[in-house]
Design a protein around this ligand. Structure first.
Ligand SMILES: Nc1ncnc2c1ncn2[C@@H]1O[C@H](COP(=O)(O)OP(=O)(O)OP(=O)(O)O)[C@@H](O)[C@H]1O
Ligand code: NI
Length: 331
């Protein structure tokens, strides 16, 4: 049993490799993060930094060539690493659910929405008419007009935005304590993105679940999240509250991401961050700081030694040697 103050989700030092013909890809290295009950936590970072891998490892939907090589994923006081498939499946049907970038990942194209929304409630020992009622109520909550008759429609009969709303409804029908969202708005245009984010915000308040929200869009994260985890090349380089990350970014990578996003906090931007240089090879991970080859502030120590997470303030921490230098330079 966990104490009341323990976070709902506590990822501790998670390391994960993918097997590949060219060697092992060290896709996650010593990743730690916490999601408190009722908190909305954003994961940001460029493409290929391991955001989806982290999300999938938590919900237990990793590719067959993935291997967890270290660490723990503690959810409601229980380590999920090594849990039998049947238990993970039960967990996904009750305590955790996920929404994806492409709603068709989650929807079956040859079944009606109604059939799928009833099927997802298979664990609940209530009559079908009750399940149908719940499905209708959930469609109302996510803003699907005329839900009764829409239950008879197939996924292709909805627009992309409506399909994502349906996926949200399905994910929330299991009444999860943790909803994982992997770039759920990336495939949508800016107006629809705003609508979906507003919807998630309202539903989160209404249902009280925690959300782990993976996104490229810093503006969206600022809008929706309480806390932010910044990932670079398979590592967490900084984490803190939205305020910490957007007002006092303390890792040069976070600063670079913010500079690439002219919208900063208020305005929405569709631009993906472009920082000069490339994410390092994850097969032969270089020594020293993982960001040093692209860091405008790198110095000799960054080549020799990988920085450990250092506390900036409260729950705000960053892995950068500059924080030590600043502390030493301070009077
Ligand atoms: N099944 C797999 N086999 C081998 N390598 C993989 C596999 N899945 C992901 N990777 C690699 O792991 C790294 C992290 O990928 P991941 O998809 O988690 O990144 P991401 O941050 O979600 O990127 P994006 O923003 O593009 O979705 C990348 O180098 C990717 O190529
Ligand atoms: Ni991804």
């Amino acid at each position: 049993m966990s104490a009341a103050s323990d976070p709902l989700l506590d990822v501790r030092g998670l390391s994960l490799d993918f097997g590949s013909p060219r060697g092992r890809i060290h896709a996650l290295r010593n990743v730690s993060l916490e999601v408190g009950a009722g908190r909305v936590v954003g994961i940001v970072g460029e493409s290929g930094c391991g955001k989806s891998t982290l999300a999938y490892s938590i919900i237990g939907l990793l590719a067959a060539n993935a291997e967890v090589v270290g660490g723990e994923i503690v959810f409601s006081g229980r380590n999920l690493i090594g849990l039998p498939d049947s238990e993970m499946r039960a967990l996904r049907g009750r305590e955790m659910s996920m929404i994806f970038q492409d709603p068709m990942t989650a929807l079956n194209p040859v079944q009606t929405i109604g059939t799928q929304m009833l099927a997802i409630q298979y664990r609940d020992a209530v009559p079908t008419r009750e399940k149908r009622k719940r499905a209708v109520e959930m469609l109302v909550k996510v803003g699907i007009p005329d839900p009764e008759s829409r239950l008879k429609a197939y996924p292709h009969q909805f627009s992309g935005g409506m399909r994502q709303r349906i996926c949200i409804a399905m994910a929330l029908l299991v009444n999860p304590s943790l909803l994982i969202a992997d770039e759920p708005t990336t495939a949508l245009d800016a107006t629809l993105e705003v609508q979906i984010v507003e919807l998630l915000k309202d539903l989160q308040k209404d249902m009280g679940c925690s959300i782990l929200f993976v996104s490229h869009h810093l503006g969206t994260v600022a809008e929706l999240c309480d806390d932010v985890v910044v990932m670079y090349a398979g590592e967490v380089v900084e984490r803190g509250s939205v305020r910490d990350i957007f007002h006092t970014p303390s890792h040069p990578y976070t600063e670079a991401l913010l500079e690439c996003d002219p919208g900063r906090i208020r305005e929405k931007t569709r631009e993906l961050p472009t920082i000069p240089g490339d994410v390092p090879n994850l097969i032969d991970v270089p020594d020293g700081c993982i960001f040093r080859s692209r860091c405008p502030k790198a110095f000799d120590r960054c080549v020799r030694e990988a920085p450990a997470p250092r506390r900036v303030s409260g729950g705000h921490e960053a892995s950068c040697h500059l924080l030590d230098e600043l502390a030493e330079a301070a009077p």
